[in-house]
Design a protein around this ligand. Structure first.
Ligand SMILES: [Zn+2]
Length: 314
């Protein structure tokens, strides 16, 4: 099987599909490669310069320009050219990009941790060109990172949407709980203290050093980052202190669950009733889990953002 310069199998249309970008379509390699290149091209559109058509090139069965033997990475569908007429092969990047665009492109490429290479850095500059520079396992790792970041923004949008619609909306993704830090004084600190097992007289809603030590001890025992800050992962792990939760459970862990499924304020009474169960089941269906309404390890992982059911178009 023919291979392109970066080692991916080439000249094989069966691994190629057509994908949409702002303003047009481009052919790329299916699967994780397309996830990464489409993500990068969308970022180019938003951060470097609007994509202009024609001028976005993907799959092409051809050798590297100037070579008769080495196949271009375009021939394996692992490269994309953006705004080709503006950034021609062989033209110094300083002549065809503004300094801000170069800065934006370098920071864009950095996100992919070496899995994408920008042609602008070649000795023969090719400013339009982005290509995959690693094998399948690294490509999967970065595609997972993209899916994970997409998950986080989906959840954030969900929270914003639900904040602006009336209560009782069927939740399809877990809600995000606010990050609570040392020095904070509010009800969230109180909920954290309660779920850490503080006695009623010690729950003062004041995140002081004693509270921080208790949180760090919990984080250490749970083998998560023990930074003394309560974020989404810490909130989800606090639920586990109260065992698996189900209809009839009544404890501070339930109160956290109720917040994760979109209840707020007085609705979060720590009492696992039918309404809480229905919301938990909705989140479980969204996460691709069995919807038994029981909050066990997998559902806690979904709350923590560790289960990402997003699929790609390939
Ligand atoms: Zn190219």
């Amino acid at each position: 099987m023919a291979k392109s310069q970066n080692g991916w199998s080439a000249n094989d249309r069966s691994v190629i599909a057509s994908y949409s970008l702002p303003g047009g379509k481009v052919s790329l390699r299916k699967g994780d490669v397309s996830v990464i290149l489409l993500h990068a091209a969308n970022r180019w559109h938003n951060e470097v310069g609007k994509l202009e058509w024609p001028g976005i090139w993907g799959y092409a069965e051809r050798p590297i320009r100037g070579s008769t033997t080495t196949l271009s990475n375009h021939a394996s569908g692992t490269a994309i050219d953006c705004n080709a007429p503006k950034h021609p092969l062989g033209v110094s990047i300083n002549k065809c990009f503004t300094p801000n665009q170069i800065k934006a492109l370098r920071s864009l490429v950095k996100y992919y941790e070496g899995v994408i290479r920008w042609g602008g850095e070649y000795s023969r500059p090719d400013g339009m060109h982005l290509e995959i520079n690693k094998g399948a396992s690294e490509v999967k790792r970065i595609a997972d990172k993209i899916r994970s970041d997409m998950f986080a923004s989906t959840v954030k949008n969900n929270v914003a949407t639900n904040a602006s619609t009336k209560k009782g909306t069927d939740k399809r993704v877990p809600d995000i709980l606010p990050v609570v830090r040392p020095g904070d004084k509010n009800g969230w600190v109180g909920l954290m203290q309660k779920s850490l097992g503080f006695s009623a007289k010690d729950i003062d809603e004041d995140f002081g050093s004693g509270t921080r030590s208790a949180l760090v001890a919990h984080q250490t025992a749970s083998k998560i980052d023990h930074d003394g800050i309560c974020g989404q992962l810490s909130w989800a792990s606090l639920i586990s202190r109260w065992g698996d939760l189900k209809l009839g459970s009544k404890n501070p862990g339930v109160e956290i669950v109720q917040n994760f499924v979109g209840f707020r304020g007085k609705e979060c009474d720590g009492d696992f009733g039918p309404a809480t169960k229905a919301r938990v089941e909705a989140v479980q269906r969204w996460a691709g889990l069995g919807d038994d309404g029981v909050v066990g390890n997998d559902t806690r992982r979904a709350f923590a953002g560790l289960i990402k059911p997003l699929t790609t178009s390939a």
